[in-house]
Design a protein around this ligand. Structure first.
Ligand code: TXA
Ligand code: MG
Length: 308
């Protein structure tokens, strides 16, 4: 009988190779998280500085706890509500997690993805899978298998194709390692949804000027090659450009109306930017999204992408 794609991928993971796979947020490029040499290949494939810690993906809470030194009550309450799903928790790591995964930090970022292919891959591999987004360093994250192939090509042994991802931007990263829970990266689970479960949290300033709280939280990130700007009130630069608008149309060579619902907007954003990037404009302008917690993750990515 012919091996199924997931079985083949799981074998490659056990052999120390790289496999790209879909999650509900973006595609990841994964390796056996317990194998330092395999993890090293991720950094090479991405062209990523070795000071950036990776997220470890698990298929059960038990698997997560084996990688951690502490499991606070807040973690328990959060995972009951949000796992499997787009929430990464940063917690003190156990000795099982190689330093290579955490870029030397004493903590590790962990999540259980809400995607059947990702979960089956982890289960069949029998090991936790370290995986950053499957793009070259500082470029746009992939939301389709085609994006992954264009960015990483034969730098990965295999790409599992699960169609377009549902959430569309990366998971929020919440640190539970300090005295106060702190949101290090916003996403489509909002501050308010987290606070409903564990009470008040601190939100790390995500303004582009802010210093990054952990190695790897670089200001410039998530960027198309074309210059991107966030604009107010439909004021567009000179030249041939593309304009993504929600409420206020403006004349541009290419104008695309984006959904007014934040979940639908996030699900489309990277695919639209990948497409426009390939069309060769002088700039891509994006109408500033509404304020409010549900848009915080989207605004964060747009601001980082527009860093010069
Ligand atoms: O949705 C996602 O999170 C995707 C999918 C593939 O799971 N992954 C992803 O990984 O976006 P990556 O490597 O592109 O982003 C990981 C983020 C970085 O901002 C990194 O600084 C933070 O998580 N992070 C990871 N481990 C950390 C730690 N121990 N302490 C603080 N931040 C950490
Ligand atoms: Mg990334």
């Amino acid at each position: 009988m012919k091996e199924s794609p997931i079985t083949a991928a799981a074998r490659l993971i056990r052999e120390g190779q790289l496999v790209a796979f879909p999650t509900e947020t973006v595609y990841g490029v994964g390796a056996n998280a317990l194998d330092s040499a395999a993890v090293e290949r991720i950094y090479e494939a991405k062209g990523r500085p070795s000071a950036s810690p990776l997220i470890v993906h698990v298929s059960s809470i038990e698997m997560a706890r084996e990688l951690l030194r502490e499991w606070p009550g807040a973690a328990d309450r959060l995972v009951q509500v949000f796992w499997p799903g787009p929430l990464t928790l940063v917690l003190p790591k156990s000795d099982r997690v190689p330093r290579r995964v955490t870029a030397g930090l004493d903590t590790v970022g962990i999540r259980m993805p809400n995607h059947s292919i990702a979960l089956e891959l982890i289960r069949e591999s029998g090991v936790p899978i370290a995986a950053p987004s499957a793009n070259r360093f500082s470029e746009l994250s992939p939301t389709t298998a085609a994006h992954v192939r264009a960015a990483l090509g034969d730098r990965v042994s295999m790409v599992l194709d699960g169609g377009p991802t549902q959430v569309g931007i990366e998971s929020p990263v919440l640190s539970l390692a300090g005295p106060v829970a702190e949101l290090l990266r916003p996403g489509m689970i909002s501050q308010m949804q987290i606070e409903e479960v564990i009470g008040p949290i601190r939100v790390h300033a995500t303004a582009p000027q802010a210093a990054h709280p952990s190695p790897g939280m670089h200001r410039k990130h998530y960027s198309p090659a074309t210059r991107l700007l966030v604009v107010d009130g439909g004021i567009l630069p000179q030249g041939r450009g593309a304009y993504l608008w929600i409420h206020e149309p403006a004349p541009a060579v290419r104008a695309i109306q984006m959904p007014a619902d934040p979940h639908a907007y996030a699900a489309r954003l990277y695919d639209v930017l990948h497409q426009l990037d390939s069309e060769g404009y002088d700039w891509i302008a994006v109408e500033r999204p509404p304020s409010g917690m549900m848009w915080a993750g989207i605004l964060d990515r747009l601001e980082r992408a527009s860093e010069p």
